[in-house]
Design a protein around this ligand. Structure first.
Ligand SMILES: N[C@@H](CCC(=O)N[C@@H](CS)C(=O)NCC(=O)O)C(=O)O
Length: 263
């Protein structure tokens, strides 16, 4: 059976759960909340499965696969009965372009925004020693270096303005595509929609939604996906243990974030 190493609020894990639920695959859940230092459930060879030690990882037929966008394509190949990739080569290329954008900067920008607005408070509460320990084990060095700046500088971080720009441009580009199409690639809900929708929810959790309230096509697309039963099972039912903190700190940061967003 398919095993997924994941935790509730991880956006990368959410997109994998979204596909698993759409495909109605039987799966075993192993929660490894590495962000909270909870690594007890990690198998000893986890770094062989994912050199960065992050979630998600899926295991199937004795093979471990890391990187959520790679996992999405893997699952669509391994369980092809209902495919979430468009039939034409051109639309598949378009789908991959959207997904590549995540690995080219969107995911890192999402982390920067999250750490600057709220996660820094969670880390600082744990104390400097814990932060040092956490970073000492972090094998994604860009992530570690960004975290160090973002934790210490918060809303003053020099990385924050560009991270917000990445999202503003992404949302505007998605809205432009969705003005004339129902979905990001091809004529049906695809891996591109699955991969990107998780960031709408994540940015919304920081109370930022008024910033793109005017992007009607984007908001309509998000609602259509949020209404899918698989979305409910994959995202809503797993919840997010930090959501109250996101709301609180997001509301407090809104004025600054709004200024940077429109700068
Ligand atoms: N490029 C990776 C990113 C994975 C990633 O960033 N995972 C985060 C959760 S979204 C994680 O494991 N965080 C644990 C931590 O912060 O220690 C993917 O798409 O799978």
């Amino acid at each position: 059976m398919l095993t997924l190493y994941h935790y509730d609020r991880s956006t990368a894990a959410q997109r994998v759960r979204l596909l698993i639920e759409e495909k109605q695959l039987p799966w075993k859940s192993v929660i490894v909340d590495t962000a909270r230092g909870d690594v007890a459930q990690l198998p000893d060879n986890y770094h062989e499965l994912n050199p960065k030690g992050l979630v998600p990882v899926v295991e199937n037929n004795g093979t471990g696969i890391a990187e959520s966008n790679v996992i999405l394509e893997y699952l669509d190949d391994a369980f092809p009965e209902t495919s979430f990739r468009p039939p034409s080569a051109e639309d598949r290329a378009r789908m991959r372009q959207w997904m590549k954008r995540i690995d080219d900067g969107v995911h890192v920008a999402s982390r920067t925004i999250g750490v600057c607005i709220v996660n820094r408070f969670i880390y600082l509460e744990r104390g400097e020693d814990q932060i040092k320990k956490y970073h000492a084990h972090m094998r994604d060095l860009v992530r570690r270096d960004n975290d160090q700046v973002n934790i210490s500088m918060g809303l003053e971080s020099p990385l924050l303005p560009d991270a917000l720009k990445v999202f503003r441009w992404l949302f505007e580009d998605m809205n432009a595509r969705l003005e004339n199409h129902d979905w990001l690639a091809g004529d049906a809900y695809s891996l591109a929609d699955i991969a990107l929708v998780v960031y709408l929810r994540r940015m919304e959790s920081f109370m930022m939604a008024p910033l793109w309230a005017h992007l009607d096509h984007l908001n309509d697309w998000y609602q259509r996906i949020a209404n899918r039963p698989a979305y409910h099972r994959a995202v809503e039912e797993w919840g997010d243990i930090t959501s109250a903190k996101r709301t609180e700190h997001g509301a407090g940061a809104f004025e600054t974030i709004a200024k940077l967003w429109t700068a």
